[in-house]
Design a protein around this ligand. Sequence first.
Ligand SMILES: Cc1cc2nc3c(=O)[nH]c(=O)nc-3n(C[C@H](O)[C@H](O)[C@H](O)COP(=O)(O)O)c2cc1C
Length: 215
Amino acid sequence: MPETRGTSDIFEAMSTMRAMRRLKPDPVPDELINKILQAGQWAPSGGNTQRWRFLVVKDPEIKKKVQVYYKRLFDETVGPRYAASAPPPGSDPARYKRQQAAVEYLTDHYHEAPVWIVACLEDGENPGRTAGSSIYGAVQNMCLATRALGLGTTLTTRHTGYGKEVDAIFGLPPDAHSYAILPIGWPMGNFGKLGRGPLKDVVYSDRWGQPYGGL
Ligand SMILES: Cc1cc2nc3c(=O)[nH]c(=O)nc-3n(C[C@H](O)[C@H](O)[C@H](O)COP(=O)(O)O)c2cc1C
């Protein structure tokens, strides 16, 4: 049965949280956005430093300015890369084609999602290798909360290809950077089973490459 409802079952949420790239432009109540933001703030951060800042972006002009860079990156790198690559594990040519079409759709309609949450971190002027680990937990919490509420989103990071330009549009100071944009809205399609490869292919026992017999 097509699934459009929210769920409070965490395993159901995780296993059906497709990247929802086709979103309706209808408004999303602030009350729901606040729940998503709260889920983000509940995440852990290194040393409990909590240097995250979350921008709730609804201004159509700001979203459009960022979409221009998002589209440019599709034309310059992402589109050609998708066209030249093979389906990932758990996918197949037809499914991968549908993914590509959805990626292109989101590229063209990015700014039409009624609300964006931009996950930023006050990480200093030269962030190190683990900086992202103090923000992506919050991002995943927000994605799961979005799914729990029956809303759709996709974790997007493509804009970081023009990170300086995009951060300037959002008015970020030099010691802060945006790490992800979550376009949020009511989904046009259904939640459902994810395409992933066999779990046994990616789990080892004790040493790299040694099969794990527990599955
Ligand atoms: C780090 C990261 C960056 C991503 N950036 C983008 C992006 O910029 N645009 C996009 O459409 N999807 C983006 N995605 C979504 C992935 O393409 C998606 O999670 C993957 O195709 C699996 O989709 P599924 O969960 O629906 O199977 C990103 C995902 C991750 C984890």
